[in-house]
Design a protein around this ligand. Structure first.
Ligand SMILES: Nc1nc2c(ncn2[C@@H]2O[C@H](COP(=O)(O)OP(=O)(O)OP(=O)(O)O)[C@@H](O)[C@H]2O)c(=O)[nH]1
Ligand SMILES: [Mg+2]
Ligand SMILES: [Zn+2]
Length: 399
């Protein structure tokens, strides 16, 4: 066998797997516990291993341009993933997959000079994906940020809090199947502002989402976050570059594992100190994934549910208007307009809802223009509202 353990920089001992030529490698599942192994994942691994004893289970810890680094219990692998497939059930119904950080995978050791290869990927319990909105050949391509995460920590600097961005980040996370938790970082830099006031402001853009103000420098407010990083859970940090994700990761790890960047006053765009996504086992159990800063939050074709969860206060008014096909653009007895007028609903929130709804419809239908979903039917109403709005604003004399 040709287990080619990577010289990974995670400080883990790299041993060859104990091997027996008849039964294949002996799998020590307990050593996968530190990487977030759950009973469900273990039993899936065992089922597959019974059918093919040569396959080695593990979890993807890091992906670079060429290799995929996998923690496989007693050894670490640097593997390729040319023919990786997702296993959908015990009958091995499979589809092509690109393994990503957090994926549970099965590796086949390369014979002779062949590289070790990720052959199977377990079905994901959650998948955080964004659309790249940068110019160039990757424009519009979908980028998987992390797989099998329970919590996504959405980090924004308390001093530079941006509500539109926060709404998009929350929608992205709800669409992934993970639960969002908002972290307002660098609370030590708030001079005359009470962190509780910033939390109140953020709440308007994140109803029903837990929000914490923390300082990774002083440690203020960090300990309560450990509730989301217990054994068997996986949390990911997402946010713009320079908001302090890696500094917080280091604090939670109890030692410096990730490089952190200097703030450059002259360049508010940040420096992108972290360049790869990295899975780290926390000392108290649980797994944390650090990611490079993302500038734009491009939503992928998402579920109606993600939008509803991002704007929970709006759902109660939908279907309450006098006209069933109300476009909420000034029709009589419109529940939305009335709610905005008497302060039960923020106009800015409804505008965000319409904008993001349109974007999701576009993403969902661009590949299948003829498919009509319930989501789209509702979104057509929203699109109509937007058209009416823009007609109103173009009318001479209107503002
Ligand atoms: N005052 C203060 N500075 C902080 C805090 N957290 C991080 N910083 C500083 O902010 C800068 C950026 O921190 P990083 O942790 O590298 O930010 P990041 O989000 O990981 O950035 P990328 O890796 O580029 O995405 C560093 O100079 C940190 O020292 C904090 O709580 N308080
Ligand atoms: Mg970083
Ligand atoms: Zn209406």
């Amino acid at each position: 066998m040709n287990a080619s353990p990577s010289n990974d920089d995670l400080g883990l001992p790299i041993n060859d797997l104990t091997s027996n030529s008849d039964t294949g490698p002996v799998i020590d599942y307990s050593s996968l516990a530190q990487y977030g192994l759950t009973d469900e994942v273990e039993s899936r691994f065992k089922t597959i291993h019974e059918k093919d004893a040569e396959l080695v289970p593990g979890r993807v810890a890091r992906v670079d341009g060429i290799s995929t680094f996998v923690h496989a219990g007693t050894a670490d692998y640097r593997a390729v993933s040319t023919f990786a497939r997702i296993v959908h059930d015990e009958e091995f119904e499979i589809e092509p997959a690109q393994p990503s950080v957090g994926d549970w995978v099965l590796i086949r050791s390369g014979k002779d000079q062949d590289p070790d290869e990720i052959e199977l990927v377990l079905p994901r319990t959650s998948l955080l994906v964004r659309k790249r909105v940068m110019r160039g050949k990757d424009e519009g391509a979908e980028q998987v940020l992390a797989a099998n995460i329970s919590t996504a920590f959405i980090v924004q600097a308390a001093t530079y809090f941006n509500s539109n961005r926060l709404e998009r980040e929350i929608a992205l996370v709800w669409g992934s199947g993970a639960v969002p938790v908002v972290i307002l970082s660098k609370s030590d830099l708030l001079e005359d502002v009470d962190p509780a006031d910033v939390i109140e402001r953020a709440k308007l853009s994140a109803p029903e989402v837990e929000i914490f103000a923390v300082s990774a420098i002083t440690g203020d407010g960090v300990e309560p976050l450990r509730r989301f990083t217990t054994a068997g859970t996986t949390a990911v940090m997402i946010g713009a570059s320079g908001v302090g994700k890696s500094t917080l990761v280091n604090h939670l790890m109890g030692r410096k594992v990730m490089d952190t960047g200097e703030i450059r006053e002259s360049d508010t765009r940040g420096r992108h100190t972290t360049v790869t996504r990295q899975l780290l086992p926390l000392p108290g159990g649980g797994v944390l994934i650090d990611t490079p800063g993302i500038r734009t939050i491009g939503l992928v074709g998402g579920s109606e549910e993600a939008l509803a969860k991002t704007f929970p206060e709006i759902e109660q008014f939908l279907g309450q208007c006098k006209f069933r096909d109300c476009g909420h653009g000034g029709e009589p007895r419109c529940a939305i307009t009335e709610a905005i007028k008497d302060g039960r609903l923020l106009a800015s929130r409804f505008e965000s809802y319409l904008r993001m709804g349109e974007e999701l419809v576009y993403e969902e239908t661009k590949h299948h223009p003829t498919v009509k979903t319930d989501h789209q039917r509702r979104m057509r109403v929203i699109a109509k509202a937007n058209r009416q709005r823009s007609k109103l604003s173009k009318r001479p004399g209107s503002s």
